[in-house]
Design a binder for this molecule. Structure first.
Ligand code: NAP
Length: 333
């Protein structure tokens, strides 16, 4: 095959904030699949807050190192198959990295349904939607009459969490950065109230937005927002610990959230960490429910699709700075 395989390398490990200069675009060799493998061509590459966390050390996957193709998940099309059950033209989710072509093991290529619009397979019907669904329902375990707070509330996972909580009938308060995003939450996504964590005194703003206290906090950010929520939690409240984006980009914070473990003890809180794959066995059922909500017009899908492979570095830096509303991805072709 005479085609070029564009690749974006993580050229240098960031010591402080990530910037586009940490990446370099090169032309790599066209890989060739061995038995049990497929050659795939990326269509949409997912941008995730976790991309930055992988540069800090091992998480649920190996840590990244400088010089390697930047890691990332993608919706990709099989162009050559030496793996049983996968044929040319199939769409798969795979850990392709930031490149046009990748060879992946057939057992690591997760066949995707053929559906339109394709970006939904990375947003509401992908890891984003499933993380929101399982984190809220299985870890947050909200009950009738309760108040649910979600952070990074206008982002990919957060925008789905808040809407599901509204569909299920809870009072929902979103925490996000800036007045414009706060307005979007209450005007378009149906949140009952929004708190701008960049405006200062988040703890007091949450107290005002949640007059009956917080029963469930879906934590996407950790750090100061987690602390502000802990102080406003009700007795026997639950925290679904999904991620800590406030801690990913830059130097380690000077201290962790105050009130740990004191508030956890006195308020008898339950903090539950989870990784979306923990719930793989219930995936089909969750997808059917998400699809029903989307088709009924109850769950709006927010996607932020950027055209052009070369924009991957700026797209990730912008995501960490809060440029995105909903699920950010780059359309490669
Ligand atoms: N546990 C799992 O299985 C799992 C799976 C997927 C994702 N996640 C986690 O889910 C979270 C959201 O990820 P995502 O990919 O959907 O990203 P996202 O929410 O679409 O984008 C990240 C958002 O984080 C906010 N943010 C950035 N810096 C912040 C700070 N210092 N304090 C508060 N908010 C900040 C920004 O919005 P603002 O404008 O509001 O600041 C930005 O839009 C991440 O923590 C990620 O690691 C976990």
């Amino acid at each position: 095959m005479a085609e070029i395989n564009r690749q974006i390398l993580l050229a240098e490990m960031p010591q402080g904030k990530l910037s586009p200069e940490h990446f370099r675009q090169v032309e790599g060799a066209m890989p060739s699949p061995a038995d049990g493998e497929v050659l795939v061509r990326t269509r949409y590459i997912s941008l995730d807050a976790a991309n930055r966390a992988w540069m800090q050390g091992a998480t649920y996957r190996d840590a990244l190192s400088s010089g390697q193709v930047m890691a990332g998940g993608a919706l990709a099309e099989v162009v050559e198959s030496k793996a049983a059950g996968l044929a040319v033209g199939d769409l798969v989710f795979a850990d392709t990295g930031w490149q046009d072509y990748a060879v992946v093991k057939g057992r690591h290529a997760d066949k995707a349904p053929k559906m339109e619009p394709l970006p939904h397979l990375l947003s509401v019907y992908g890891i984003t939607g499933l993380t929101a669904y399982f984190g809220l329902i299985k870890c947050g375990m909200p009950k009738a009459g309760e108040t649910v707070v979600v952070s990074a509330a206008a982002g990919a996972v957060g925008s789905v969490v808040g809407q599901i909580a509204k569909i299920l009938g809870y009072r929902v308060v979103g925490v996000t950065g800036g007045a414009a995003k706060c307005e979007l939450l209450t005007r378009d996504l149906g949140y009952d109230a929004a708190v701008d964590y960049k405006a200062g005194n988040t703890r007091r703003a949450l107290r005002e937005a949640c007059p009956d206290g917080i029963d469930v906090y879906f934590d996407n950010v950790g750090g100061d927002v987690l602390e502000a929520c802990l102080f406003n939690m009700n007795t026997h409240g639950r925290v679904a610990c999904c991620g800590a984006v406030s801690q990913y980009d830059g130097a380690a914070p000077p201290h962790g959230p105050r009130g740990v473990p004191g508030l956890i003890v006195t308020k008898r809180l339950t903090l539950t960490g989870f990784i979306v794959m923990d719930f793989d066995a219930q995936r089909e059922q969750a997808l059917a429910q998400l699809q029903a909500w989307v088709e009924a017009g109850q769950l709006k899908v927010y996607e932020d699709v950027i055209e052009g492979f070369e924009h991957l570095p700026t797209a990730l830096v912008g995501l960490l700075a809060g440029e995105n509303i909903g699920k950010r991805m780059v359309k490669v072709r």
